[in-house]
Design a binder for this molecule. Structure first.
Ligand code: PMP
Length: 446
């Protein structure tokens, strides 16, 4: 960033005070409130390339990328121009339009799926995919009403998926595959329809499928986890996931975060996955609200109006959102080497952090794949939620604050991935590692 940040947060603080009077917690999505790291959340005034500028005029090197969508960097000219052009022809029709066809053709071609349905968020995508899986499998076997998710995976905030989204309390019931809601307002009766297994535990999944496979409509999973921090699946776990198909359950890859991020074919392309259904969000909308789910025509044709599974949306296929998604995916297809550059930058970032932490005498474990990375403040490998949960969140909080003070905006929680974009440059890497070096010293002081 050209402008060195000072410490002024006066305008952000004033906005935060006003926001808290009229918006719960002052934010429209919880992690933005900086609750786990403390301090004043920065109110962002503008974003460009790899940077964010806050209400006090301070510019930060951004590692959130709006939590994933901004893979091309902020305010990318092709995306901006596509949105402006679309807006000149009206902003919502409530009737089909050409851009929906173009984006559906592009998504199905790039991802090797047959049909896709657009919604307006990742939450809607996973919620709808589960309903479709129940509708499709229930057709032949009405007792298939259960779904399986993995502890610490996040699939949005639909009731049935707000289950064991990361409590450290592993009860006997949970070990048996019974789940407790992880949000107030979710009746235990709903949660009881969601069975929970451990990520990267192929034997546990095999056992669950053996015992209850005939009752299970779908297994939904993050093919690379971003929501417990980054967790990378083992080959054995991926093989066990594919075995659920033999029990008649659908395999649903939640690629909301990984789709078009880990490769043009997402994590499925990188890891050779063959899910029955895939969910997308984030990048597919290029920074506007879009989600999608897709798969074989045989399954997708169960969706209304030609099938019995109902799903609809006033703003689904919105022309501005379709334009942003189209422009973003077209840029990625035009420049597929972007994935090599992202991997190189992010791997170098991970190596730099690992050696700086070692120099500072702080335990740190970096999980990185493509442009996703989490630096866990702990010693030892991290393959599941239980291992991630051992992290020293207080040390992480001190590190985060020191980074922010030096002009680097890291994810404000230990249990999130950061996202590198095509706008991050070599100089940004140097800037980050310089900031990280002094931040590790700050993290050591109690
Ligand atoms: N699935 C995954 C894997 C996600 O990371 C997220 C959001 N971080 C969602 C679903 C929910 O998407 P949205 O916030 O757009 O509803």
């Amino acid at each position: 960033p050209d402008q060195a940040p000072g410490t002024s947060t006066a305008r952000s603080e004033a906005l935060f005070q006003r926001a808290q009077r009229v918006i719960p917690g002052g934010v429209n999505s919880p992690v933005r409130a900086f609750k786990s790291v403390g301090g004043t959340p920065r109110f962002i005034a503008s974003a460009n390339g790899a940077t964010l500028t806050d209400a006090d005029g301070q510019t930060y090197l951004d590692y959130i990328g709006s939590w994933g969508p901004m893979i091309l960097g902020h305010n990318h000219p092709a995306v901006r121009e596509a949105i402006v052009e679309a807006a000149q022809s009206g902003t919502s029709f409530g009737a089909p339009s050409e851009r929906e066809v173009l984006l559906a053709e592009l998504v199905t071609r790039l991802t090797g799926t047959e049909k896709v349905r657009f919604v307006s968020s990742g939450t809607e995508a996973t919620m709808s995919a589960l309903r479709l899986a129940r509708g499709f499998t229930g057709h032949s076997s009405p007792e298939r009403k259960y779904t399986v998710k993995f502890r610490g995976n996040y699939h949005g905030h639909a009731d049935a998926l707000l289950v064991e989204a990361g409590s450290g309390l592993m009860t006997n019931a949970a070990a048996l595959g019974q789940a407790a809601p992880s949000s107030a307002g979710v009746p235990p009766e709903y949660a009881a329809l969601t069975l929970v297994a451990d990520y990267n535990d192929p034997a546990g999944l095999d056992r669950l499928i053996q015992e209850r496979g005939h009752e299970i409509a779908a297994v939904i999973f993050e093919p690379v986890v971003g929501n417990a921090g980054v967790l990378i699946p083992s080959a054995e776990f991926l093989a066990a996931l594919h075995r659920v198909k033999a029990a008649g359950a659908l395999l649903i890859a939640d690629e909301v975060m990984t789709g078009f991020r880990l490769s043009l074919r997402g994590a499925s392309g990188l890891l050779n996955l063959e899910p029955d259904l895939t969910c997308w969000g984030k990048i597919i909308g290029g920074g506007l609200p879009v989600g999608a789910y897709g798969g074989r025509a045989e399954i997708m044709d169960f969706v209304s109006p030609i099938g019995p599974v109902y799903q609809a949306g006033t703003l689904s296929g919105n022309p501005l959102a379709m334009a942003a998604g189209l422009a973003t995916l077209r840029e990625l297809e035009r420049d597929p080497d972007i994935y090599t550059r992202l991997e190189r930058y992010t791997a170098a970032l991970g190596e730099g952090l690992t050696s700086l932490a070692a120099e500072a005498g702080l335990p740190l474990t970096v999980n990185q794949i493509g442009s996703m990375l989490t630096a866990f403040f702990l010693e030892g490998e991290v393959h599941d939620y239980g291992q991630a949960a051992r992290a020293d969140t207080a040390a992480f909080g001190r590190w985060f604050q020191a980074l922010l003070g030096a002009g680097v905006y890291w994810a404000p929680s230990q249990f999130e991935s950061i996202f590198v974009s095509g706008a991050h440059r070599e100089v940004d890497l140097d800037f980050t590692l310089t900031a990280a070096k002094q931040a590790f010293s700050a993290a050591k002081e109690r």
